[in-house]
Every structure is written in structure tokens, then in C-alpha cells.
Design a protein around this ligand. Structure first.
Ligand code: FRU
Length: 465
């Protein structure tokens, strides 16, 4: 999350914000083309990784060794966003956003309409408090650039939780949609920063469209499909002795072409009572002799979880938790919104993370981090040696967040908090310019900046309206 339920984390966030304000005078103009052409970084080889069956218990590590290699440069730093950015809705703040996709991770149009889902909150809520009133809203567009706000995706009160947090939405059969998201908090917790419970939910719906727009039916039945089990994924209770924010959220549903089965990635923490973890050599890696692992690093246990659909056919309510595919234990507490693209047989595993969630003794910018492997469960290697793919500029550390990579290398994200150039900040709550990555084995390079909120589909379903 960008804002934080626990009081000490709110203070930390305020500190980061203050740093952004102080640095505001340094804002300059970014130029991606110049950035890409001036790249001199050596390309890490894309070595084949060891692969394992999805049900296996092998978990790759994002180690302290990797994180020590984080070096922001022009190939991995996002261009500055002018504080005069366009706003896509004057009704709602917009943050975490995902396109309607098919099961093969392709953004699709339905009858020629692009559709995206976003976490939304009324603009009269304080921007930092939006998480506690989050609803999944939707937008539609003919051109994938100019979006019309369609309202809430689900009927009021349908969710088993208090707030609706991030997820994914797939079109499965005809006009059948399956929404997956995080029910945050208990049923009565809307508006309250009180209850960090997180459960994964499925709800089936139908998409309809005519020449004037898009609307939904269904989305009335909401089933909890996964809860942290304490054996593979930390429960809320196990996390409570720890000092930092907890996660079991953000399901991303896809079909693995290797076996045709349906899986979901999600964000979790390693199981066990916070503080009982130890920083072992496979989590630390080969660090320089003078690198200390502070004691408190053991509290940082982010992972990327996996589960597989067990219910048959068009029933998306039965799932089985599998061990995490990636662990950031002793490196980072949050591996948010994990998702996947597959290119040339390589599995690119993406996640977003914050500077403040790196374990003590490590640092990296808020932004997009990535790994590459040869199957969904493999010995993922960090892209660029460190996993840093796209970070915020140092002078605008909270500029944008929640990057989502599409199979064509385009990356959408939302504008968070931008220095205004005169000592203040502007809250975003709208989509940022889309960026484009070029992938070459284990190397990623920022190659282009596209218009704000540009999310073009890769396939059309059901013809024109
Ligand atoms: C990322 C995130 C997600 C979560 C949502 C809550 O920005 O923290 O992990 O679902 O925001 O607002």
C-alpha cells in the first residue's frame, strides 16, 4: 500500500512525503528517448533457470545480494510528471488499475470497448485515506486513451469485506467475466483504518455493451476463495507481533500455457509469527564482507504466492494454495500486485514495492521490480541483476506507483504525489503516462513514454457494438 494503517508507518510515510517536498526544487524534465539511448549498462545474461512443477515447494529468493545491486539510472528511472497532469475523473481518485484481460493475460476490448478496473474513492475523501473507502470502479474507452467513468463495478454491500482492494478481471466465455479482488477488512469496516484482514474473493458477472458504453450484470455472488493458512502464508494473527504492514492480497488470474491450468499469483508474507524468522544464507546471498544484516531484517517477509483452480469448468470458486514462487525474506516486506507476462518462453514475474518496505540496511525506489524464469515455478533471476525495473526519480520519490506490465511491454500506473515545484505537492489519483519497456532476456530498458492512461487492447471480443 502507499499509505499505511499502523501509526508508526503513517509517520514514516509523512517523513518520505516531507523529503519529497524538500526536494521539489530539483524537479527537472525527463526525456526517455535520451535515457534509453545513453544506456551503457551491461546486459545480464539470460541463463536458463531451474524449473519445478507448480505444486513443488521450491521458492526462489530475492536476496539482499540482489537488492544491494539496485542502482537507479536512466534506463530504469521514470520520467518526471508535470504537476499540470490531466485528470481522468473529477468524481473519484483512481489508483491501482488493471485492464479486462483474457486468460492469456492479453488486455481485450469487448465489442470494440476498452475496459479497465480501478480502485476508486470519492475525491472529497483525503487522498491518503482512500484505502479505507476503496471500491472497484470501471472505465471504458473507444481508443484506450480517453476514458469514461462507469461507476462501481459491484452492487453496494455485495463484498464480504469492508473495502475492495486490487485484483484482476478475466473474460472467460462469451460475455462471462470473473472478477478477483481483495476483500479488505471485515464486512462492517468501510471507512475505518482499523482492520487489516485480507481475503481473496471471486465474483462472476456479465459484460454488456452498446454504441453508448459498457455496463455489467451479476457481480452479486462473492465467494472467499483463499485465506492465509499460517503454513505457507502468514496469517494476520501471526503478523501482529511484527512492526510492519501485512499482506494477503492482490490476486492476478491467468492460464499457464505450459499445462493449460488456471493459476493466481498474489501478495503474501512468509508463514510464522513475526520475529521468529531468521535471515539464512539463501536469503542473504553472496554479500560483501562488510555488509551487516541488521537484526530487524527478520521482520521483512514479503512473498509472491501461487494458487491453482481446483473447481471444474466455468466454476471459479474452488482454489488450492501452493507454496510461494518467490520470497523476499530479509529483503523486503511488500511484493504488491504480482503479475506475469510471457515472452519468448520466458516467464516475467512483476511486482511493485516501496522504499520504506526494504529491510534495514537496504534501499531502493518506489516502483516496479521484475524477475525472469523458465516456468511459473523456477529459480527466478532478478532483472538487471537487482530486480529494479522502473523507479521514481529521487526528487519525486512518490510520483507514481502500482505499475502493471502488459504483454506488449507497456506499463500503466497511477500518479500518486507529485512535487509542485514550489515546495508543495499535488495529489494525483489518476493514471500516469504509460511507459514502454524493452525486454532482452534478463535486461529491461525504458524505451518510450506514451500518453497518459494509454492501455491499448491486444484482442477484440464479440465484434463491434
Ligand atoms: C498497491 C496497494 C495494493 C492494495 C491497494 C490498497 O498500491 O497497496 O496492494 O490492494 O493498494 O489500496
Amino acid at each position: 500500500m502507499s499509505d499505511h494503517p499502523q501509526p508508526h508507518l503513517r509517520r514514516l510515510a509523512a517523513g518520505i512525503l516531507a523529503a519529497g517536498i524538500v526536494a521539489a526544487g530539483l524537479v527537472g524534465t525527463g526525456n526517455v528517448a535520451a535515457a534509453a539511448s545513453s544506456s551503457t549498462a551491461p546486459a545480464p545474461a539470460s541463463n536458463p533457470t531451474s524449473t519445478y512443477a507448480p505444486e513443488d515447494d521450491f521458492t526462489a529468493n530475492w536476496t539482499r545480494e540482489h537488492a544491494l545491486e539496485i542502482k537507479p539510472d536512466q534506463t530504469n528511472t521514470k520520467p518526471f510528471i508535470d504537476p499540470e497532469f490531466p485528470v481522468m475523473s473529477d468524481k473519484v481518485w483512481v489508483w491501482d488499475t488493471w485492464p479486462l484481460t483474457d486468460l492469456d493475460m492479453n488486455p481485450v476490448t469487448y465489442k470494440g470497448w476498452h475496459v479497465i478496473f480501478s480502485l476508486t474513492a470519492p475525491r472529497d475523501e483525503f487522498f491518503g485515506d482512500r484505502h479505507w473507502v476503496a471500491r472497484i470502479g470501471y472505465f471504458y474507452s473507444r481508443d484506450g486513451k480517453n476514458w469514461t467513468y462507469g461507476g462501481d463495478a459491484f452492487p453496494d454491500g455485495a463484498s464480504p469485506g469492508g473495502r475492495e482492494w486490487a485484483g484482476s478481471t478475466v473474460i472467460t466465455n462469451g460475455n462471462q467475466l470473473e472478477a478477483f479482488y481483495t476483500a479488505s477488512g471485515k464486512k462492517d469496516s468501510f471507512g475505518c483504518a482499523c482492520d487489516p484482514l485480507q481475503r481473496l474473493v471471486n465474483s462472476p458477472g456479465k459484460i454488456h455493451a452498446d454504441k453508448d458504453g459498457v455496463w455489467f450484470g451479476g457481480f452479486e455472488d462473492h465467494t472467499v476463495i483463499a485465506e492465509a493458512d499460517g503454513e505457507m502464508y502468514q496469517t494476520l494473527e501471526q503478523s501482529e507481533s511484527g512492526p510492519i504492514i501485512y499482506a494477503f492480497r492482490d490476486p492476478f488470474v491467468f492460464r499457464d500455457p505450459a499445462d493449460g491450468e488456471i493459476y493466481a499469483l498474489f501478495e503474501g508474507n512468509n508463514p510464522g509469527v513475526a520475529g521468529t524468522h531468521t535471515c539464512d544464507s539463501h536469503e542473504i546471498g553472496d554479500v560483501p564482507d562488510n555488509h551487516d544484516v541488521p537484526d530487524d531484517a527478520r521482520y521483512y517477509t514479503g512473498n509472491i504466492g501461487l494458487m491453482t483452480k481446483t473447481s471444474k469448468g466455468q466454476d471459479y470458486t474452488g482454489w488450492k494454495l501452493l507454496p510461494p514462487v518467490l520470497s523476499a525474506e530479509c529483503t523486503n516486506q511488500q511484493t504488491e500486485r504480482p503479475h506475469l507476462t510471457i515472452e519468448d518462453g520466458k516467464y516475467y514475474l512483476w511486482t511493485i514495492s516501496h522504499k520504506f518496505t526494504f529491510a534495514p540496511g537496504l534501499t531502493g525506489p518506489d516502483g516496479l521490480y521484475g524477475f525472469v524464469g523458465d516456468s511459473i515455478r523456477s529459480d527466478y533471476q532478478p532483472l538487471n541483476g537487482s530486480a529494479l525495473v522502473l523507479g521514481n526519480p529521487e526528487e519525486a520519490p512518490l510520483q507514481n506507483y502500482s505499475d502493471y506490465v502488459m504483454p506488449n511491454g507497456l506499463v500503466e500506473s497511477f500518479i500518486d504525489t507529485v512535487p509542485d515545484g514550489s515546495g508543495g505537492v499535488v495529489y494525483g489519483g489518476t493514471l500516469a503516462p504509460t511507459l514502454e519497456l524493452e525486454l532482452d532476456g534478463a535486461t529491461s530498458t525504458l524505451v518510450e513514454e506514451h500518453p497518459f492512461a494509454y492501455i491499448p487492447a491486444l484482442r477484440n471480443i464479440a465484434g463491434e457494438p
